[in-house]
Design a protein around this ligand. Structure first.
Ligand SMILES: *[C@@H]1O[C@H](CO)[C@@H](O)[C@H](O)[C@H]1NC(C)=O
Length: 215
């Protein structure tokens, strides 16, 4: 290959990599204008002359969430939906509260890697690598420990102590998204045909109906 072609290929690869997610910012910020009807990949920017400190401020992450639910778990997100100044910046924060033995059920963030740290309690974390290995990478974290859930992999958290637990995560998207495995598979609207699920999970249809009934 001549050197020009090599140079072009390298440039193209760099461009593709750079374009895989949000392009680099071309301005200081793009505070989300929730009222704009413009359809873009993300949210439209408000007039920068109207931007104030409040658009970059969220208060309340010190407050515990309500874990009185069957999972014993609560999420307090600070994503672009709560904090408009995060728009286009590719980062967000989330607080998790866990009752004793509470569980953050198996889920995936389609647009973000997550880095988690424990503020209180002992939390078991785990993610599963992709096919064909499907290897569970899991650990019990103590206060101050940090763990990573790589982008797009199924993961969970569980409070393995008899007291409440608290953790904070940073995620690499202002809108990380969440796909909860159980609700996607058994709680979709309309439901996935029993036959598809029975074959996928290699169980009979009554087991599938039982699982679907939970949603
Ligand atoms: C917590 O959630 C439960 C169940 O939804 C509700 O009954 C209870 O009032 C909530 N507690 C607080 C302090 O909001």
């Amino acid at each position: 290959m001549d050197s020009q072609i090599v140079a072009f290929c390298l440039l193209a690869m760099t461009c593709i990599q750079a374009m895989a997610f949000e392009p680099s910012p071309l301005q200081d910020f793009c505070v989300a204008d929730y009222t704009s009807s413009a359809r873009v990949n993300g949210l439209a920017c408000m007039d920068s002359k109207l931007v104030q400190a409040e658009h970059f401020t969220y208060s309340g992450l010190h407050l515990s969430g309500n874990t009185s639910n069957p999972l014993g778990f609560s999420v307090t997100p600070v994503t672009v939906a709560q904090l408009p100044g995060l728009n286009t910046l590719g980062i967000a924060l989330v607080r998790f509260d866990y009752a004793p033995w509470g569980v953050a059920p198996l889920h995936v963030h389609p647009r973000a890697t997550e880095i988690i740290t424990v503020l209180e309690g002992s939390i078991q974390v785990g993610f599963v690598t992709s096919n064909p290995d499907n290897k569970l990478i899991s650990k019990v974290l103590q206060k101050g420990d940090v763990f990573i859930f790589p982008m797009g992999l199924v993961h969970f958290q569980r409070n393995v102590g008899n007291g409440n637990a608290v953790s904070i995560s940073a995620v690499s998207s202002q809108n990380p998204g969440i796909v909860i495995v159980a609700s996607s598979v058994f709680g979709s609207v309309p439901g996935i045909d029993d036959d598809v699920l029975a074959k996928a999970f290699q169980v009979d249809k009554s087991t599938i109906d039982n699982l679907k009934a939970q949603f």
